[in-house]
Structures are given as structure tokens and as C-alpha cells.
Design a protein around this ligand. Sequence first.
Ligand code: SAH
Length: 247
Amino acid sequence: MTGRREWLIRSGLALAAGLLVARASARDEAAERRRLLREIESDMRRTESYTGRARLAPCVAAALGRVERHRFVPAEVAAYAYENRPLPIGHGQTISQPFIVALMTELLDPKPEHVVLEVGTGSGYQAAVLAECVRKVYTIEIVAALGERARATLAALGYRNVEVRIGDGYLGWPEAAPFDGIVVTAAPEHVPQPLLDQLKPGGRMVIPVGAQVGGQDLLLITREADGRTITRRKLPVRFVPLTREPR
Ligand code: SAH
């Protein structure tokens, strides 16, 4: 009887300690995200002469403070989730540096009523950041295993406004087009025409374009009300290549 009571007390204590540790680490992660956000905000100020943006819109900053990047990366690198750098996510792919995710989201000028397309789902993190700021995110990933994992992560975190498709994002998502925004997180050598065709008048596309050797330029392409497009070069960047064959 005593043994049983002791066991109950001991397991009760262990449970309480476990809960405390879990709460403490959740608190630490929120604090780590706030620290990372300050770093990103300082990167924004530092790169203003290239990007034309010194700060993040409130929604973008709030999204970076909220989305749990550590849930999107493999366990082996989760400890580094709140460092301002890209991380491997398997299959030779990477989750972009948080500053780049922030900048790309910012350049899209996301609004609550927007419908956006992402090409290159990867871990799903960029899609989650977007989903915090817009009505609907369509995202396409060419590596099936990554797309499926991202879909599961996004569902587990309760994102109901993100749809993941496995396929070649070069072709866009014609059934859901046209889009207010298109963000491409893998680098093609030229801007895919299907994506240009799926951009609304007034819409914005953020895309890294260039050869793999020597890096790429992050471009902001806007479609004017009269249908013309204007391309602005924002920042030298380095992305994994946009590939064409579904694997
Ligand atoms: N946005 C991602 C980072 C992705 S890295 C994140 O937040 O984690 C770029 C991704 O683009 C890789 O997962 C790669 O497999 C994918 N990709 C490359 N070519 C593609 C294509 N043609 N269509 C869709 N996805 C592609």
C-alpha cells in the first residue's frame, strides 16, 4: 500500500517536472524566436539600400514570432532552428535562412484577402509564415517525400488554409490561378512563363533567378494594372536549383 502510494507520488512528481520542463522549453523557444526576429530586423535595416525595405510589416513580424520553425526541421538540427541560417531538411534540400523567408514574404506585401502560390514547399515553413498573413496558400513540391512531410507538419500545426501538391511548380497551379502573390523558393535560370501568366494585375512575384554557379538575384516582378510587368533586382542570393523532373 505504502509502496503504491510512494509510486503514485513519485510518478506524480515526475509528471509535474516533465510538464514544467515542457513549458519552460516552449517559453525558451518563444524567447528564441523573439531574439531571431530582432536579428532579422537588423538584417532588414542593413540591406535596405538593396531591398528598399527597412522593416517588416506587422503581420510578417508577428508570423516569424509565432511559427515554430523547430517543428519544420529534422530532429538532428532542431537545436539550431532559431539561428539565422539555412538548415538541411533531407533529400539534398534546405530550409531557407529566416531573414530570406522574412524578406521574400515582406516583398510580396501579403494582405488578409490574398491567395498566394509557393513553388518549392520544402519543409513547409515558408508556407506557414505566408498562411499567417493571407487567406489561402497553394504550395507545390517536386520531391514527394518532402511534400508529404510538409503536408503532415502543416496539418499537425493546424494550418487549414494551406494546400500542398506534389508536382512540378514550373507549371504553376492553373486551376487556382490567378494569384495575388507568387513566391518561388528554388532557383530557375529564367522566369517560368506559366508563373508570369498566373499573376494577377497588381500581383507580385518574388523569385531567385540565375545560374547555380555564382548565385542568383532575388527579383521582385510586379504586374501593372495594364498587364505589363516590371522587374526589380533586390539582392544577390543562393538557392537550390528549380528542377524539372518529378522524382
Ligand atoms: N520554402 C522551403 C524551402 C525550400 S528549398 C521551406 O520553407 O522549407 C526549395 C525546394 O524546392 C526544395 O524542397 C526542392 O525540392 C523544391 N523544388 C525544386 N524544383 C521544384 C519544382 N520544379 N517544383 C516544385 N518544387 C521544386
